[in-house]
Design a protein around this ligand. Structure first.
Ligand code: HEC
Ligand code: HEC
Length: 364
């Protein structure tokens, strides 16, 4: 029998989101009346009409609107809506496509939901019913947490001068956000790229990301409307693990959210071991690895109160196996530390991002 005991999380070349949380705010567009001359005119029925759009046209528009002074949230919304204006016309011609401007910097600079996600999600909600909107926005946000930004496509557009605005055509490093929070996404990228938050590089990174997210939203909408939408996002195990007790159906039932809990609360939020505060052996311990974040080597420490056979695995945020650090290895009681050099099973250095280690006691 394998007993899964504990996990610890760490970032390769990244920053830990330790605090500063706020609620995820979705601010979708509401019903908008078309402004026709007649006083008896009825409003356009919601959801509004959608036709398949070209994600690459939208990617370029999003980048351009960002730099036109409207930033990420209005940029992503306007990219999709102005493309619909061109394809559909009314009702899209009669309403302010920059209305999501408040969403920049995670809501007027408050660092909550990434503005590009907010803007793209509002566009999705304008053309779909609630159930579809939830499905597509969930996929968009989940995809965002695992993806590298800026995308390869955006980086290529910038260096090849495919964007309309080519003032910032530098190569940019990519980083995985791990979280839909503007604060985590931006700050993590600043750490990975070694750039200041006010630099043109960081702004250009968010401009490319604005285009990337608007393009992804259009891909999801196109797939939904032609019947080919498939959901690929799978939440990290930790979400289900914690929500088993803290979620609506659990014994504590005090948490409603889909973000992974570990970057903020750690793998061992309770004074006892992970998973089951009542039942597990309280003297068994896995410490937070150090240094965290790390560039070349990180140390994972653990304490065994009695002799055990131990397996230690490293996983990425998507639950994919990266590396086995110990396989059914016998340890006597005591304190141990293991090194991980950031390489996978094939000796390749893993990408920047968040990783988990999991220790299992292998018992007959
Ligand atoms: C087996 C059920 C169970 C699981 C699984 C569980 N918790 Fe808890 N958690 C509890 C209970 C019970 C409390 C105490 C609740 C109370 O006092 O109201 C608690 C309390 C907390 C608290 C409040 C601080 C504290 O120490 O009292 C935090 C934060 C927390 N849990 C986070 C998490 C996270 C993050 C996970 C996943 C890594 C998790 N929990 C998994 C049952 C669980
Ligand atoms: C982005 C960071 C972040 C994430 C992600 C997060 N939390 Fe929290 N959580 C917080 C903060 C900040 C507080 C407030 C702490 C306080 O007031 O002391 C909190 C409070 C809590 C509390 C109440 C703690 C108390 O002192 O009673 C529980 C329980 C909890 N979170 C569980 C979870 C669970 C379960 C998840 C994952 C499904 C989760 N949290 C995800 C940051 C986060």
């Amino acid at each position: 029998m394998k007993e899964k005991i504990s996990r610890t999380d760490f970032l390769k070349k990244g920053a830990v989101a330790s605090s500063g949380v706020a609620a995820l705010t979705f601010l979708g567009a509401g019903l908008v009346k078309t402004t026709k001359a007649s006083a008896t005119e009825t409003s356009t029925a919601w959801p509004w009409p959608y036709v398949a759009l070209d994600p690459e046209v939208v990617r370029i528009k999003g980048h351009d609107t960002f730099w036109a002074g409207y930033a990420c949230s209005a940029g992503a919304f306007d990219a999709i809506i102005s493309a619909l204006q061109e394809s559909v016309g009314d009702p899209y011609t009669n309403f302010p496509t920059k209305l999501m401007v408040f969403g920049h910097g995670g809501g007027a600079g408050w660092g909550t939901l990434c503005g590009s996600l907010n803007g793209a999600a509002a566009a999705i909600s304008l053309v779909t019913d609630k159930a579809t909107s939830d499905l597509l926005v969930n996929e968009l946000i989940g995809w965002y947490t695992l993806e590298k930004f800026p995308s390869d496509t955006s980086n290529t557009y910038a260096t090849a001068h495919t964007f309309t605005n080519n003032n910032h055509d530098m190569e940019l490093p990519q980083g995985i956000c791990g979280s839909p929070l503007c604060h985590v996404s931006v700050t993590h990228w600043c750490e990975v790229a070694d750039k200041a938050v006010g630099s043109n590089e960081r702004k250009e990174r968010c401009a490319r990301l604005t285009g990337d997210i608007a393009a992804k939203a259009v891909e999801l909408l196109n797939a939904h409307f032609d019947g080919s939408f498939v959901s690929y996002y799978v939440a990290p195990d930790s979400v289900g693990d914690c929500l088993a007790c803290h979620g609506g159906a659990g014994m504590v039932a005090n948490v409603a959210m889909k973000q992974t809990c570990i970057p903020c609360h750690g793998a061992e939020p309770h004074s006892s071991s992970f998973g089951d505060p009542g039942a597990l052996n309280h003297t068994f311990k896995v410490k937070q690895n150090f240094p965290n974040p790390f560039n070349s080597n990180t140390t994972i420490e653990f304490t065994l109160p009695k002799p055990e056979n131990v397996t230690i695995e490293v996983y990425n945020l998507n639950g994919q196996h990266i590396k086995t650090l110990a396989s059914n290895k016998h340890y006597t009681a005591g304190d141990y530390s293991l090194q991980w050099n950031g390489n996978d099973e094939h000796g390749q250095s893993v990408e920047s991002g968040m990783y988990f280690s999991e220790l299992e006691l292998v018992r007959a």
